[in-house]
Design a protein around this ligand. Structure first.
Ligand code: ADP
Ligand code: MG
Length: 595
């Protein structure tokens, strides 16, 4: 028992095992206050109810052959016992043949009370104040959005593997999911949103002792976030990187390497060919012959991609090969390390002493006065206004006019890098990384001071979210408002946005909102960082100018200027470098000359 989501998983699995046709999950405070599962399954007798909290109380192994053929979830008989040890549990249950049910209260492994009670057929288990008696464990629980995300993950896994069972999820009295008994494709759409209707391809492949079936997503809908990849072996969710690789392999050439296709695949295999108990949480599995399973999965996916005649899209990104420059990079430090160190290691990067706008140029020597390049496309460039207004708000000791008219030896390379002349040589700026750094620090300050300025819309925009995303949003509400978003809940899963942060371009509110949640999920799963940082990073990523955006001279210079006004100008929030310098000496060396 690690977290509320672990209780959710065990209780839902038990409900499914009990033959229920309807299972409701109720959580309060992301499960920290309450996790309750109500089912209409077969229920328990008075003795069974009491027994169920004993260790090894499983009712699932009756004959020894059961050990091999068991297809239900748990058979260790430990889940209820371990939940009962660390929470205040109340169970109400009644079998069909009994007139009265039984209510049993367990606290810290002790049965406090058992009494007859009138109740519906089935079982209702409330797990209150998880870890109430283990404060150290309780304090290890993550923020509500993170714990809620885990709960939604578990809920989705069970809901996917039993589409014919009705499920509901209530979060703080609000209904997040209401899933009727339905077929798998409908279930996927109910869980992930109607956009998935167009994305699904069926997948099916049979062999003697093993079958694969399910749905995969069209390559063009692949996401940069992991999380919508589901493998079920004999209807149990498992993680298996080897099989994930088989699928990625089948998608090869159809998606870029940093993307993940959607898939929900069920592998049915004769249980004598697997060992399900290799991992205590049972999300891992061992096959007798992994290679056969790999080949089958890959073949199945390839075939369905093929029959749906998906042609590769050739151009994913206009990647310019800039590898030659890597010689000039500063030694790369692990992103995780950078974040922990707060981004700046004086030892390694001693030449950059926290520059401020008024003096950073001194560090690099002055710009040369080389008048060139007109600034005429400034007016029609949409990013102009944003960067310009940012420039106006900038407290800079340097006269802007001076900067913009003087720094004309600055130019943009392939819409991606800004190159500017400095005394020692050249400075190369990755425009997107730099802008992310600038925005990240801005948003972080806003979040810390809860000072996000917003621009109000004349016409509010409504945004429809998937139920899972909506549930996450409600947990992140306060922080998102602190960033400058003004929004209200219109109806289930629909948010009405009245305003967005002042320095974010309007026009793509829906995308921004969805992206924010998406990014939050991604960062959450990749890095363990504080929630504010996570949000600031997400929004920065989402609203930074993209690679490929043409910049005017004014914009380029403003960007560089703002970058060096940052606390940690050298790195993007993800740890990538924002700038590299190319010293004259190194350039000379490239031409085999002495400096
Ligand atoms: P396991 O599921 O591994 O058998 P658990 O600790 O999860 O062990 O549950 C112990 C036993 O309690 C189960 O074997 C089952 O007999 C009974 N039980 C638990 N939950 C339910 C439920 N929702 N409906 C009916 N019986 C249940
Ligand atoms: Mg169980």
């Amino acid at each position: 028992m690690q977290r509320p989501a672990s209780a959710v998983k065990e209780l839902m699995e038990n409900a499914v095992d009990a033959g229920s046709t309807q299972v409701d999950l109720i959580v309060k405070e992301a499960g920290k206050l309450l996790v309750q599962v109500i089912d209409n399954g077969k229920g328990m007798s008075i003795t069974d109810a009491r027994m169920s909290f004993e260790r090894h109380a499983t009712s699932k192994i009756v004959k020894s052959e059961d050990l091999f053929s068991i297809r239900t979830f748990g058979f260790r008989g430990e889940a209820l016992a371990s939940i009962g040890a660390v929470a205040q549990v109340e169970m109400k249950t009644r079998r069909q043949e009994d007139e009265l049910g039984t209510c049993i209260k367990v606290e810290g492994s002790e049965v406090k009370e058992q009494s007859p009670i009138a109740c519906e057929q089935g079982t209702s288990i409330s797990v209150k104040n998880l870890f109430y008696n283990v404060p150290a464990r309780r304090s290890f629980l993550k923020s509500n959005p993170v714990e809620m995300k885990h709960i939604i993950d578990e809920f989705q896994r069970v809901a996917l593997s039993y589409p014919h069972i009705g499920f509901r999820l209530f979060q703080n009295d609000m209904e997040v999911y209401q899933l009727p008994s339905e077929k798998l494709s409908r279930r996927i759409v109910s869980l992930f949103g109607s956009a998935y209707k167009e994305q699904l391809i069926t997948c099916q492949e049979d062999m003697d002792f093993i079958k694969v079936h399910g749905y995969i997503g069209k390559p063009e809908h692949a996401k940069k976030t992991r999380g919508e990849q589901f493998f079920f072996v004999n209807n149990r969710f498992i993680r298996n990187n080897y099989l994930h690789h088989a699928i990625m392999n089948a998608y090869e050439d159809l998606i870029s390497s940093d993307q993940f296709p959607f898939y929900v695949l069920f592998i049915d295999i004769d249980p004598s060919h697997i060992d399900i108990n290799v991992h205590p949480t049972k999300t891992e599995i061992k096959f007798d012959d992994e290679k056969i399973v790999y080949a089958l999965v890959k073949a199945a996916v390839k075939k369905s991609l093929g029959t749906h005649s998906i042609t590769p899209s050739l151009d994913f990104e206009h990647n310019i090969n800039f590898d030659a420059l890597s010689n000039f990079n500063y030694p790369r430090t692990e992103p995780a390390h950078i974040e922990r160190d707060n981004g700046f290691s004086e030892k390694k990067f001693g030449s950059f002493q926290k520059p401020v706008p008024s003096d950073w140029q001194k560090l690099y020597g002055g710009f040369e006065r080389v008048p060139e390049q007109s600034d005429q496309d400034r007016e029609d460039n949409p990013t102009s206004k944003r960067v310009e207004s940012a420039a106006n708000s900038m407290e800079s000791g340097v006269s802007k006019d001076l900067l913009y008219t003087e720094n004309t030896s600055t130019f943009q390379l392939h819409g991606r890098y800004i190159i500017t002349q400095i005394k020692s040589g050249a400075l190369i700026v990755d425009q997107q990384a730099a802008h992310e750094r600038i925005l990240y620090e801005k948003y972080l300050t806003m979040l810390t001071n809860k000072s996000g300025a917003s621009q109000q819309f004349l016409f509010p925009q409504s945004v429809q979210l998937s139920p899972g995303d909506f549930a996450l949003l409600t947990e992140m509400e306060e922080e998102i408002r602190a960033l400058g978003f003004v929004f209200g809940v219109f109806s289930q899963n629909t948010v009405v946005i009245n305003g967005i942060p002042a320095d974010v371009q309007s026009g793509s509110e829906k995308e921004l909102f969805e992206g924010l949640i998406e990014q939050f999920k991604m960062n959450k799963s990749e890095l363990k960082i504080d929630k504010n940082e996570n949000l600031a990073r997400s929004l920065a990523r989402k609203s930074a100018i993209r690679t490929g955006t043409k910049l005017t001279l004014l914009e380029m210079n403003t960007l560089i200027d703002e970058l060096f006004a940052c606390k940690f100008p050298n790195y993007a929030p993800n740890g990538n470098l924002t700038i590299v310098t190319m010293e004259m000496g190194k350039i000379a060396k490239l031409f085999n000359r002495q400096a």
